[in-house]
Design a protein around this ligand. Structure first.
Ligand code: AMP
Ligand code: TRP
Length: 326
């Protein structure tokens, strides 16, 4: 069995990009692998968070994991800060990474753009992500395309340490889905759908009401050509709607293009509204059952115990290799 590890930040507004790019794979991968899914709260504080809201968002994401189908009998679900090994390994990896390679991370460049000085944590964040992954001897990391560079860095750091200190880490691989790996914003289809964009109609959150879903899709930016075809460069809006449709319905893009041949954008949008609402309704129902339950707390406590047991073993091995402690 292969070890699968992934994480989502508890920052609210989990959207269909997170679902199609990451969560959907979490559910598929738990069947035949040894899967571990984390709520990465230590990553969330790379930017200021309201402490009360952060606690709420941790439980929101945990409940969403379960609502989309992650099964605590098949996978470990836990909160990052409940396992001290993440922060501990982070330091060791920080000492084995370089400011040059971290300066090349596009996510850091984007997030620090226009600031005179950025928090150090924002800069070293990919190292903490590497620690998350390497702590569990991970083989496969299911994530959206935007994390490709961070996975490469994780591999570089693991190989570097293995070469210098002897076999210490499993070198992981990223796994990216074909359709849905990069869901774009509905109001500006040239940038990715994001949790933090100001306009709520730029995204569809997993917990959005049907009327909000309808409004966001019907308002979405397209083009004036009036022909439904897949062409990311010239028709980013329509291509994004086709990708989302395909990811939710299972029909291929080619099938959809044939189905909507000669029809207007309005028809495509109306049908996509229905497909999306049908996909999200059962998730929302399950979410309501779990979110305030004792079951959720029990799952996270049990998950932390199981994750800690694995992390402690890795840390013992790592400290041994580096000659740390006694
Ligand atoms: P984050 O919101 O950064 O915590 O992302 C959680 C997961 O969702 C990661 O695996 C991301 O790669 C994925 N993700 C975030 N935004 C998108 C998007 N617009 N399209 C596809 N996947 C995404
Ligand atoms: N950096 C990821 C994101 O922003 C979240 C994350 C943190 C993660 N640690 C991870 C994903 C480990 C996969 C594995 O989406």
């Amino acid at each position: 069995m292969k070890r699968v590890f992934s994480g989502v930040q508890p920052t609210g507004n989990i959207h269909i990009g997170n679902y199609l790019g990451a969560l959907k794979q979490f559910v598929q991968l738990q069947e035949e692998n040894d899967a571990i899914y984390c709520i990465v709260d230590e990553h969330a504080i790379t930017v200021p968070q309201d402490p009360k809201l952060l606690r709420q968002h941790i439980l929101d994401v945990a409940a969403l994991y379960m609502a989309v189908g992650v099964d605590p009998k098949k996978a470990i679900i836990f909160v990052q800060s409940d396992v001290p090994g993440h922060a501990e390994l982070n330091w060791i990896l920080t000492c084995n990474s370089y400011t040059g390679e971290l300066s090349r991370m596009t996510q850091f460049k984007q997030k620090s753009k226009g600031r005179e000085s950025a928090p150090t944590g924002l800069f070293t964040y990919p190292v903490l992500m590497a620690a998350d992954i390497l702590l569990y001897d991970t083989d496969i990391v299911p994530v959206g395309n935007d994390q490709k560079q961070h996975i490469e860095l994780t591999r570089d750091i693991a190989l570097r340490i293995n070469n210098k200190y002897g076999e210490t880490f499993v070198v992981p691989e990223g796994q990216f889905v074909k359709s849905g790996a990069r869901v774009m914003s509905l109001d500006d289809p040239t940038s990715k759908m994001s949790k933090s964009a100001e306009n709520p109609h730029s995204r569809i959150s997993l917990l959005d009401e049907p009327s909000k879903i309808k409004k966001s899709i019907m308002k979405s930016t397209t083009d004036s050509e009036g022909v439904i075809r897949f062409d990311v460069e010239n028709k980013p809006g329509i291509s994004n709607l086709l990708s989302i449709y395909s990811a939710f319905s299972g029909e291929t893009i080619e099938e959809l293009v044939a189905k909507y041949d000669g029809q207007g954008y309005g028809t495509l949008k109306k049908d996509l509204v229905e497909v999306t609402i049908n996909a999200l309704t059962p998730v929302q129902e399950r979410y309501k059952e779990i979110r305030n339950s004792q079951e959720l707390i029990d799952v996270l406590k049990d998950g932390a115990d199981r994750a800690n047991a694995i992390a402690e073993k890795t840390m013992k091995r790592v400290k041994d290799r580096f000659g740390l402690g006694l």
